[in-house]
Design a protein around this ligand. Structure first.
Ligand code: MG
Length: 470
């Protein structure tokens, strides 16, 4: 090829890539609610929380009935989403502290490969807007999202309830009337602290504005936007356009504002003509925080909530949207999980799924596009480092059980409890005595999983959260 021709072709390629969507590198947007329950959206059966935008997203795309987070609390769930691995592998789980605390120096280990790192290597712009909770860089800079593949960050390093001020009353998170001065959450843009305490009534709106800005600023390149909302984790705050409007009270106000935020993100993609080259996935990091009384959400017909490995703790809403690629109005009943979003995102982007480590997430493109099935040996429910339960097909065996969120004591189940989730999603009727073959099949899947976990994770020490700073 002559030099002028090569230059011309290179120029043409540059012009094309700056103006046209690249179908080999679609945009990926993951919207992650915090503590939103399986039963909290209109399209999942809530009677009076109004979620027209999420309902429309489901009507235009695919609604999963068996979608799971990979943990029952925030930190391990987020680690799994972004690495495609059970948290036990990265060490981002802890039996005592459960999640990283305000004073923790632990963080997602540098050796972990995040979705953002893998997509950045494929030329994606990468942004994280919202709650991080995989390391507090105020204690240790290595925990910052920009050390884990994100070009841009805006949000809170951890949960919105982690900096109580001395004037906060006992049980402040459960109270219906929240006072801004009880909370001292730090709001960052990249490494810069821009507001403390953050005005929590503005967070959902500001995250949305930043998301819209990120999409429009990066519309000429492929982008990965991770949008982990602060809410509906308590304390609950809605902006004045939403406060006091929902029949479900402040919890409904907050969810309805999140719904409007999703609507804005999808509208932006439509307006920028990016919708047909963008996968958007909406889900939640764990089930509803039931101990927050009326300030906590609902798992619908599922048993228990956040902090437990009953279905309500880990089965969450999951909605996929990609006009022209994912057919409208589909209900997907095959089990899928947040770890699959890692593998599927990499596959969509043409990135190599890491081969030097175990990856638990599966490529669910066949489910999304209706081109085939996905084979999964079993799904494993962890609480900290403990394997509590496993599901294979319709059946779930509980090897250990615990009553509720706050209880650290686990009771070993011998024989395990067994539930047929297809007929008993509420895990009410133990059928262990009738199903020895099923129990043995699940036991074998657990054995294979335990062997696959060897050698035992060595990184636990690096990620161990320190106790709360007093
Ligand atoms: Mg959470």
């Amino acid at each position: 090829m002559t030099r002028p021709l090569a230059l011309l072709l290179a120029l043409l390629a540059t012009v094309l890539s700056a103006t046209a969507a690249d179908p080999t590198r679609p945009n990926i947007v993951i919207i992650f609610a915090d503590d939103l329950g399986y039963g909290d959206l209109g399209c999942y059966g809530h009677p009076n929380i109004r979620t027209p935008h999420l309902d429309r997203m489901a009507a235009e795309g695919m609604r999963f009935t068996e979608f799971y987070s990979a943990a029952e609390v925030c930190t391990p769930s987020r680690a799994a989403l972004l690495t495609g691995r059970y948290p036990i592998r990265s060490g981002m789980c802890h039996d005592q502290f459960r999640v990283l605390r305000n004073g923790s120096t632990g963080h997602l280990p540098a050796g972990e490969i995040t979705t953002a790192e893998a997509l950045k290597a494929r030329g994606y712009a990468t942004g994280c807007i919202g709650k991080w909770h995989l390391g507090n860089w105020m204690n240790n800079p290595a925990g910052h999202p920009r050390k884990h593949g994100f070009d841009f960050y805006f949000g809170l390093p951890h949960s919105n309830d982690m900096n109580l001020t001395p004037v906060a009353p006992k049980g402040a998170g459960k109270l219906a009337e929240q006072q801004a001065e009880w909370w001292n959450a730090p709001l960052f843009r990249n490494e810069e602290l821009i507001e403390q305490p953050a005005d929590q009534t503005t967070l959902t709106r500001r995250y949305t504005d930043e998301a819209v800005k990120f999409i429009t600023a990066n519309k000429a390149k492929p982008f990965f936007l991770y949008l982990p909302h602060t809410f509906p984790h308590t304390p609950l705050f809605a902006s004045k356009d939403f406060a006091g409007k929902s029949p479900r009270g402040i919890y409904g106000d907050v969810v309805e504002e999140l719904d409007a935020s999703v609507g804005k993100v999808l509208d932006t993609l439509r307006q920028e003509k990016l919708a047909e080259n963008t996968l958007v996935f909406f889900t939640s990091d764990n089930g509803p925080w039931l101990i927050m009384n009326q300030q906590g959400g609902s798992a619908g017909l599922l048993r228990e909530g956040k902090g437990s490995t009953w279905e309500g703790g880990m089965r969450v809403p999951g909605i996929a949207w990609w006009p022209g690629k994912i057919k409208a109005a589909q209900t997907q009943r095959t089990l899928a999980c947040t770890m699959d979003l890692f593998t599927t995102s990499l596959k969509l982007a043409g990135a190599n799924v890491p081969a030097d480590r175990a990856i638990d997430g599966l490529d669910i493109r066949p489910l999304l596009f209706g081109t085939g099935t996905v084979q999964r040996d079993a799904y494993f429910y962890y609480r900290g480092t403990r394997l509590m339960a496993a599901r294979a097909g319709d059946f779930k065996a509980h090897f250990m059980t615990q009553a509720a969120y706050g209880q650290a004591k686990h009771e070993e189940q011998t024989p395990p409890l067994l539930f047929n989730l297809r007929v008993d999603a509420s895990e009410t009727f133990n059928v262990a005595t009738n199903q020895p073959a099923v129990l043995s099949q699940i036991a074998q899947a657990v054995e294979r999983h335990k062997i696959a976990l060897q050698p035992a994770p060595s990184q636990l020490v690096e990620a161990v959260p320190a106790p709360e700073k007093k």
